[in-house]
Design a protein around this ligand. Sequence first.
Ligand code: 5GP
Length: 195
Amino acid sequence: MSYMEHKMIAVTAPSGAGKTTIVKNLMQVFPNMAFSVSATTRPKRPHEVDGKDYFFLSNRAFKEKVANGDFVEWEEVYPGIFYGTLKSEILRVQSMGKVVIFDIDVKGAVNLKREFRERCLTIFIKPPSIDTLRERLENRHTEDAKTIQKRIDKAAFELSYENKFDVTLINDELESALLNSKKIVKTFFNLKLPL
Ligand code: 5GP
């Protein structure tokens, strides 16, 4: 069976909207889902594990993979910093008989949707406001002030992508956002595909 024939879920949002929390929770609730580990050229954060959170690559190694056609999609998410979804990851997850879940930026999610159509449900997580987003990024203590400002500017732009996705989930109160995300995924799993 080709990897096109399986259901997939892409969770996207402006950075800091809480999508990683939602993705992790969905994987706990639905054991038939597994994470597609992306490749990136950004430096590893202290708590991250190579091969589990990301494949941390040099610029050169990343470019080689682009040239080899190893990515389904890739983006320069921040200036000079690249992220991409490896075809081999999709196949790895699907060969375990699992549904792939992606944690991906808005442009990447649009590209996955274009590629996989109705097989890939795209969920847009929306922060209640830009101010809340700033607070969350500051409380995470993983980025400096300049990086946070860059992410805020980018978020304002990314919010304009909302209508390109299948569903919007407002992450105001985490518990209800988690509950709603479960309902959305359950409904998608019950859909007969192709439509
Ligand atoms: P972070 O560096 O905070 O882990 O992620 C930064 C952004 O890159 C997030 O919006 C994340 O979802 C996105 N991202 C992670 N992996 C991929 C990928 O494979 N492709 C694309 N286009 N974006 C990704």
